[in-house]
Design a protein. Structure first.
Lengths: 471, 212
């Protein structure tokens, strides 16, 4: 008898199912748990209160990324405001025999950057972390699930989660990407087209020939922003490029175990004829470099377009939100985004701070200078990324152009440490959220790709990177 | 969660804008320490000016809404960051229920883990409740009946909200989720052991290729 067609997502979900509960939820085994300092302290407190041990410390890893200073040569005490949470992370990891890649460790970095980089995230695995961008691991064909602190405690105590199985959704990207257009532009375009709540209650699979042609780091960028389209998780089927990426990483399987794993990974595909609850499509050939103009990620246009007139939106609520966003961003309907002066250019975050992102930005910065009055900073996603970039001489390119070359952390994406956008300042950023006050009180954020942010740093205004490169 | 949910009557405050994100619910400055006064930090940027003084125009600063325990929210309530501190802030302020047309996935999950009712309500009903509670001279008091899924205004008008029966029952019992899962500790151990044989690259202890 033929097995019914199954999606990649369903295959991974089923292979982790311990039991189905009467209330409709599924109890799933969690293969990997990554912890960070700002969402775990109260989870460990909860365990102590109930005298519950950590069940599988050997499957957990911790790091310090959110509140850690990114000043070159920083220590745990460089940012005095971070000391409490940083110390608690280290102490809780030590007390529970959890590996801790803290600020002193060469493997330190943003949770979602080091997961794939160290071979902790693997195809077909379920990986969780107390952070909404955990879906990044989906770029390797894993289920990366962002969780709250109570769930962190639940995983520490049981190595499981009881979850309602999400509905399925697919976004198929077809066609060749135009020059100067990146994975960041693809996902921003998709969010603009379908809206920030399109994926609510769904697991998204990204597919199509455009996706298949993407290098792994670009796939991580796409899956990273699944939460910004409303989905708790997003993934891409693993292929030979994925296997090549994973092989040889520090915690990846080796030898015979690797051979067995690869045989399994090759079966991780969505079967032909699988139906999705929601099936959407995008013509990749029509995507331009994207820039957000508003205060949610769906407020986005191609660089050549103008800020829309709020009246052009069909829904009354959207019209109201667009007007509010324009007031907050100090923009007016119909004005071009190109040429808008910026104060800060931020290249960093779990979305866009891997080696290929820094290479994209460096290609623009090479031989050019940051515009007067602009603060431009590069914050590598991990210390490994930083070392790899330095081995290629990227730091020299950035520093000669006038960019700050910092140590790894979440930095100005979440502005929890000292990297804050001053009130009223305009920042173009490679990160993932342009919410009001996200980068600091009254900060104004425009999201874009690393190359676009580098181009804006050079010209001092929002610019079309294709023109900057041609000049 | 430890205490079960008990039906109550309380003051309702309306914040019906769509896409209220968790950064707005609890801004980053309140996330820099493990034990901030989150109730004070709730909606801090909207609630206080730069000098820390209350903005009189913000709803929760207004006399009749200062003790609100029910929040009426818009679509996609709680989107963005996974920070559970958003739910803790609402709970510590005194909010027991949020009713909205839709919730972001992670916020929804976090809410139930802290005894906060997240009930789905139609936009039209939401508007009707706002009209009753917010108008000049309106009465913001509603009674919440979780078992029957109703929100009843002091004038008798009843509105329905939706919540999965299993979630509702768990709230009423005040379930300890971890305790419930640990009843299946043997199943979990068996699953892990089987995984060690079938998927050792996932279930075996993490080992570095670099000997440390």
């Amino acid at each position: 008898m033929n097995k019914p067609a199954q999606s990649l997502f369903e295959k991974i979900w089923q292979s982790h199912l311990i039991r189905h509960f009467d209330d409709g939820r599924d109890l799933l085994f969690i293969d990997r748990h990554v912890l960070q300092e700002t969402t775990s302290a109260r989870a460990f407190e909860g365990l102590v209160r109930k005298m519950r041990p950590v069940l599988h410390p050997e499957l957990s890893v911790a790091t310090q990324d959110h509140i850690i200073s990114t000043e070159p040569g920083r220590t745990e005490t460089t940012n005095p405001q971070g000391r409490e949470l940083l110390t608690l992370m280290r102490a809780n990891a030590f007390a529970n025999r959890i590996r801790h890649f803290g600020v002193e460790d060469p493997r330190q970095g943003i949770v979602h950057v080091i997961g794939p980089e160290l071979g902790l995230a693997l195809p077909g695995a379920i990986l969780v972390c107390g952070d909404s961008h955990t879906s990044t691991a989906g770029g390797l064909g894993a289920l990366g699930i962002g969780i709250g602190t109570s769930e962190v405690e639940h995983v520490l105590a049981t190595q499981t989660l009881a979850l309602v199985k999400p509905r399925t959704m697919r976004i198929v990207f077809s066609g060749r990407l135009p020059a100067g257009v990146t994975a960041k532009d693809m996902i921003l375009h998709a969010i603009g087209k379908f809206g920030i709540a399109a994926g609510q209650g769904h697991a998204v699979e990204y597919a199509g020939d455009t996706i298949e042609a993407l290098p792994i780091e670009a796939r991580l960028t796409i899956c990273n922003m699944s939460i910004e389209i409303g989905a708790r998780l997003g993934l891409i089927a693993p292929d030979e490029a994925t296997i090549a990426y994973v092989t040889g990483r520090e915690y990846a399987p080796r030898g015979d175990m690797l051979e067995r794993a690869i045989a399994h990974w090759r079966g991780l595909v969505t079967d032909a004829g699988t139906n999705f609850d929601k099936d959407l499509a995008i013509d990749s050939t029509m995507i331009a470099p994207q820039v957000t103009w508003g205060t949610t990620q769906q407020d986005v246009v191609g660089i050549g377009e103008r800020v829309p007139d709020p009246a052009s939106f069909n829904e009354a609520t959207r019209r109201e939100l667009a007007s509010d966003a324009m007031r907050y961003m100090d923009l007016s309907p119909g004005m071009p985004l190109e040429g808008l002066p910026i104060d800060i250019a931020f290249i960093g975050s779990c979305t866009n701070a891997r080696l290929s992102d820094l290479e994209d930005a460096a290609a623009v910065a090479r031989g050019r200078k940051v515009a007067d009055g602009v603060r431009a900073m590069v914050v590598p996603g991990s210390m490994s990324v930083k070392r790899a970039a330095e081995a290629k001489g990227l730091h020299t390119i950035f520093q000669e152009a006038g960019f700050e070359w910092r140590d790894a952390g979440c930095s100005m994406c979440v502005s929890m440490n000292e990297d804050v956008v001053p009130p009223g300042s305009r920042c173009i950023a490679t990160s993932n959220r342009n919410f009001e006050n996200r980068q600091g009180p009254r900060s104004r954020t425009h999201l874009a790709s690393p190359a676009m942010v580098a181009a804006a740093a050079i010209t001092g205004k929002i610019s079309d990177v294709r023109k900057v490169m041609a000049s | 969660m430890s205490e079960g949910f008990v039906n109550f009557s309380g003051i309702t405050a309306a914040m019906p804008a769509a896409n209220i994100n968790t950064d707005a619910i609890i801004p980053i400055p309140w996330m820099r320490t493990a034990h901030a006064d989150l109730g004070k930090g709730l909606f801090a940027v909207q609630r206080y000016d730069d000098a820390g003084k209350e903005r009189p125009e913000f709803i929760l600063n207004q006399q009749q809404f200062r003790s609100a325990s029910i929040l009426l929210g818009g679509e996609n309530f709680g989107c963005g960051s996974s920070r559970e501190a958003a739910v803790w802030a609402l709970v510590q302020f005194g909010i027991k229920c949020v009713f909205a047309p839709s919730f972001a996935d992670i916020f929804y999950e976090n809410a139930f883990r802290n005894g906060l009712v997240a009930g789905i309500i139609d936009r039209s009903d939401l508007e009707a409740c706002i009209a009753l509670s917010g108008e000049e001279g309106g009465d913001p008091v509603f009674a919440v009946d979780l078992l029957n899924g109703t929100l009843t205004h002091a004038n008798g008008r009843q509105t329905r909200f939706r919540i999965a029966a299993s979630r509702r029952d768990a709230l009423i019992r005040g379930d300890d989720e971890i305790g419930l899962t640990l009843r299946y500790a043997d199943d979990i151990a068996a699953f892990h052991a089987e995984g060690l044989a079938n998927y050792p690259w996932l279930h075996a202890p993490l080992t570095s290729k670099v000997s440390t």
